[in-house]
Design a protein around this ligand. Sequence first.
Ligand SMILES: C[S@@+](CC[C@H](N)C(=O)[O-])C[C@H]1O[C@@H](n2cnc3c(N)ncnc32)[C@H](O)[C@@H]1O
Length: 341
Amino acid sequence: MRYALLVSPAVNRVYAQAAGALARAELGAISERVLNGALTDLREQVLGSVTYLSFEAPEPELSAPARAWLSNLSATFALFRLDADERLSPVDLERWDELDSDLLTIQKYAGKTNEAFTKLLLNVTLAASAFAHEHRALSVLDPLCGRGTTLNQALMYGFHATGVEHDQKDYEAYSLFIQRWVKDKRLKHTAVAGHVKGHPKLDLAFGLDKERFKAGDTTRVTYVNADTHAVAEVFQPRSFDLIVTDAPYGVQHGAQSGEALSRRPLELLPTALPIWRAALRPGGAIGISWNNLVLRREQLAQLLAENSLEVCDSAAYRAFEHRVDSSIQRDLIVARALTSP
Ligand SMILES: C[S@@+](CC[C@H](N)C(=O)[O-])C[C@H]1O[C@@H](n2cnc3c(N)ncnc32)[C@H](O)[C@@H]1O
């Protein structure tokens, strides 16, 4: 049976020419890691002068996991079964989103990682982990979290989100934003601003409804204003199921300044990776996006391997490279923690 996926117009706007290739890579990676390679013959197909990403699935009906994952790809706008006479029958989507999407779109600032790309990175990292089929609230760490795009995407999925960011302005902006957002949405919550090992810290916990909040069934945000190397002193080893992060690009964003220390990923990652690795649970996975004009894929893969992380090296996981602008060629790499560090 053939299916056709309509790529979201928002994604087309972000990646321009690369949107189709990225959607295909995401679909390929998900199929390979969580659907036993069930989706095959992925290709672009024009139907009624609109381009779809089409693919073959073995059974007449999509399996429940296939429908769920397809519904939540970062590129998915709509999904159709493609009948023999090229007629499209809509497939009901089953979004994992637990919260309103404005959580991701309200904040606008220089240096924000695109929301769709962040969702893609979280998806392919989750798929690579041993927890992809577990129906529980995973713990996600972004150790270079800026104003929280990864944290917000994790919260959308009902995951617990932890972020570390050394920029004080970012810390203040996201702390304010997330507290105001839960208030505006009238979500029952507790917020405690304090310190951990001398670093400012926000602990926020909210319930999706009053009953869940009362029963202690809350989603947690932990946000720490510190250098990423403080992860070792602030969090217990093996605290996180997934680490997802968009590393500094080694270029200046807009008119911002003061990033001199952190702008060179090659200086940051060799010392930060062992610390992040220790914070990851066995079975967990780490997904990093970075600018491959300042750091080669092979160098990063080697660093990950040196930290006993197994890099996902299939064709699908190597097909995410795309141009952001003249100084940023973005790529992503995902690696799995098969053992204790
Ligand atoms: C590419 S940005 C990530 C943006 C984030 N995903 C967002 O959408 O807001 C990289 C972030 O890493 C932070 N950073 C760089 N070096 C750091 C370090 N040593 N410790 C903590 N944060 C750091 C920068 O301040 C920046 O906010």
